[in-house]
Design a protein around this ligand. Structure first.
Ligand SMILES: Nc1nc2c(ncn2[C@@H]2O[C@H](COP(=O)(O)OP(=O)(O)OP(=O)(O)O)[C@@H](O)[C@H]2O)c(=O)[nH]1
Ligand SMILES: [Mg+2]
Length: 466
């Protein structure tokens, strides 16, 4: 089941690729890895035999950006397709939020596909997952084979429930993202509904997932002449009670159970180990990121203490945004006798969207929010500020972090940083970074204001003496 880390606003989903041996499950994951992570930042873990047959599982961890206020991570697994790895298959399937059934389109694989479909249904039930409500997406793979079976026949045979289904050539990449996207959409909808976020429409989830996968999709080829995928209602129902009765009648062979439980534990610890490796990589990534943010602050200090430089040197924010891998933000200063802020450094050029949204008699949103002197996180600009009508140029922006520029009780303005829809939100590490940047700026603006006052005071007695 999905894990929701409420403190850090992260949800981790589990997607499992199921199907007969040699159908192309591992190939799907390898291609998914190639298309979504071309720089190999996350790494694909495969536990396979020498001839590349999956022995335990493959695991691809993925970061998918922010969806509905939560950062979404996915752990994508494959099961071993060979018939005799039954216990492993069942273990890996446990807790799946969505399943992809990879079907081999070659005529020789017909029996194996039918077996895998049946086996998936059984193992879903064995894991306490209802096949009628769990998201299952079918993929007709190996569409490049000259003797590939007709999709209409595959649908008749394996898709009585009229589940979402996609044609694919997993090794070329065609159809791989579409399949994964459909599984993700179903998984997110189910998990968010359970977490009480049922206010998010399926349309919104679909759009956001498409955006998160857009770059990967661009890298993938299309299947020439393929028909549009079909999605349908889950009409085919499996009688869970009948299954339970059947097992109770059959009983269990203790000797096999003991062997099975040993293997089950081995697989579970293997999965935990693979996930810990992923966690370690995440810790390493966080440390690298902290280091990079420290570099950003070290870069900023001499810029702000240069007396010859402007109080807000142009493009300073652009460089700081690069340190956080973001592109949108502004430095705004209070303008005398105005309820809009003066825009000093807007990235990319143009008007700052929060400053541009003005309520009559109250001034700009940025102006109002900057008053209390506290940092403010706007988690969903669309519903909290734009009310469904984002100003031009702000359609892609999801959330904002506003930090006041202040020092010694004097307020100078705000720094506003934006996260785009496909980016993750502002975690603690990043908030601390922008808080520090704003403190540096506040200090520098205060120092400059004092210098101006001193200079003015120094001039006055001279004038008086004349
Ligand atoms: N022609 C063709 N071959 C494919 C396609 N997808 C996968 N293959 C090939 O099919 C073979 C098996 O692929 P795998 O991804 O290892 O299959 P698997 O489902 O993981 O198999 P197990 O691990 O044994 O369960 C490999 O030789 C792949 O290159 C495809 O779309 N077209
Ligand atoms: Mg495999």
């Amino acid at each position: 089941m999905a894990v929701i880390d409420a403190a850090n606003k992260v949800v981790t989903l589990k997607v499992v690729y199921y199907g007969c041996a040699m159908g192309g499950k591992t190939t799907n994951l390898a291609t998914l890895h190639r298309l979504t992570d071309p720089n190999d930042e996350q790494g694909l873990v495969s536990i396979a035999t020498q001839d590349d047959r999956t022995l335990f599982f493959d695991l691809l961890p993925m970061d998918l950006g922010r969806i509905g206020g939560l950062s979404v991570r996915a752990k994508v697994y494959t099961v071993p397709g060979q018939v005799h790895y039954e216990t492993t298959r069942r273990q890996v399937l446990g807790g799946a939020d969505a399943v992809v059934l990879v079907v081999d389109s070659s005529p020789e694989a017909a029996k194996n596909n039918a077996w895998a479909e049946q086996n998936m249904q059984e193992n879903l039930v064995q894991n306490g997952l209802d096949p009628n409500t769990t998201t299952v997406v079918l993929q007709w793979n190996k569409r490049d084979l000259p003797n590939a079976r007709r999709v209409v026949d595959l649908n008749k045979e394996l898709n009585l429930a009229n589940r979402p289904n996609f044609e694919a050539v997993a090794n070329s990449g065609a159809g791989v993202i579409e399949t994964f996207g459909a599984a993700l959409k179903g998984a997110i909808a189910a998990v968010y509904a359970k977490a009480g976020k049922s206010n998010l429409s399926q349309e919104f989830i679909d759009k956001t997932v498409d955006q998160a996968l857009a770059q990967a999709q661009e890298r993938a080829p299309a299947i020439p002449g393929s028909s549009a995928p079909t999605a349908g209602q889950f009409e085919h129902r499996v009688d869970m009670d009948a299954y339970r009765e059947k097992w109770a009648e059959e009983g269990r062979d203790r000797r096999i159970m003991d062997q099975e439980s040993l293997l089950r534990e081995a697989v579970q610890s293997g999965m935990k180990l693979a996930e810990r490796i992923d966690d370690l990589k995440s810790v390493h990534a966080i440390n690298e990121r902290r280091g990079r943010l420290m570099e950003g602050l070290a870069w900023l200090a001499p810029v702000l203490t240069d007396p010859a430089a402007a109080p807000v040197p142009p493009d300073t924010l652009k460089t700081l945004l690069e340190y956080t891998s973001r592109t949108h933000g502004s430095i705004l200063l209070f303008a005398p006798k105005s309820t809009s802020m003066e825009e000093r450094d807007v990235c990319p050029g143009g008007a700052d969207p929060l400053n541009a949204t003005v309520a009559e008699n109250l001034g700009s949103t940025a102006y109002r929010m900057s008053r209390p002197g506290k940092a403010k996180l706007v988690e969903d600009l669309d519903t909290e500020v734009f009310f469904g009508a984002a100003p031009p140029g702000a359609e892609q922006l999801a959330s904002a972090y506003l930090v006041p520029l202040a020092c010694d009780g004097l307020a100078f303005g705000s720094i506003v940083i934006y996260a785009r829809i496909a980016e993750s939100g502002f975690d603690e590490v990043e908030q601390q970074f922008w808080d520090s940047v704003a403190r540096f700026f506040g200090l520098s603006l205060h120092w400059r204001a004092l210098r101006r006052k001193l200079a003015a005071a120094a001039k006055k007695p001279a004038t008086a003496a004349r």
